[in-house]
Design a binder for this molecule. Sequence first.
Ligand code: GLU
Length: 278
Amino acid sequence: MTTTRFAPSPTGFLHLGHAYAALFAAERAGKQGRFLVRLEDIDQTRSRAEYEEGIFTDLDWLGLAWEKPVLRQSDHLDHYQKGLAKLQELGVIYPCFCTRREIQQEILSAGYAPQGPDGPLYPGTCRQLKPVEREQRCQAGEAYALRLDVKKASSLVKVKLSWKDRAHGDFHADPSLYGDVVLARKDTAAAYHLAVVMDDARQGVTLVTRGVDLLPATHLHRLLIELLELPLPEWEHHSLIMNEHGKRLAKRDEARSLKSLREQGWSARQVRHHLGFQ
Ligand code: GLU
């Protein structure tokens, strides 16, 4: 039995790209499987009740049925703390006190920074702090994020990690793509990469479907799954819906929101057909 999920953030109205992702996940679950919805609202500063309601209205309109209750990340923040505690025990995370500006300056003065999928990689400044200094700055109440020491974490894993994508084939994991990625931001309990692997495991997701833009992230997720001893799902990264300029649809492409298409007179059937679904 296949369990899939659609995991939007309630930070805007759903657009055609979301509709494609939701219909794709539901189709992969099939009649026998489970189709779940998860609200990725860990970033409370950007999440709104209005958008959350909009998500359910739109999914319902598209003709989708999903299991209830829906998992809302902000209801389970303590869960992510357990994951962080485990990584802490393994000694693979460290506090990072750097501001964005400090990181930029560090990169500028080095004159070079390896690029990751989301931009230049963190230069590792806080990884090199002496334990005493770390302790002092924490004690002094300085805000910090938690970063994964990806080299150390990878060295703890003795087997070669691989993962399977139903559309793109088998991969050997290269978790270092994102460098020492942030797993908990200064103002949030967990960052996307940590929350997503923990939530998929907790919800019993067996097939993770999402846009191909997140394919590189799966290399890192594979390592986190190993460190946290979570069950291994399969993945299927699908193509993205583009706007008229050939760019991935974004929340600011308001004319393509399901709400406005509905208001323009589109039927749910038209939307489904337009996206290649029955
Ligand atoms: N909230 C993420 C997004 O909207 C979900 C990504 C995922 O499915 O893993 O892009």
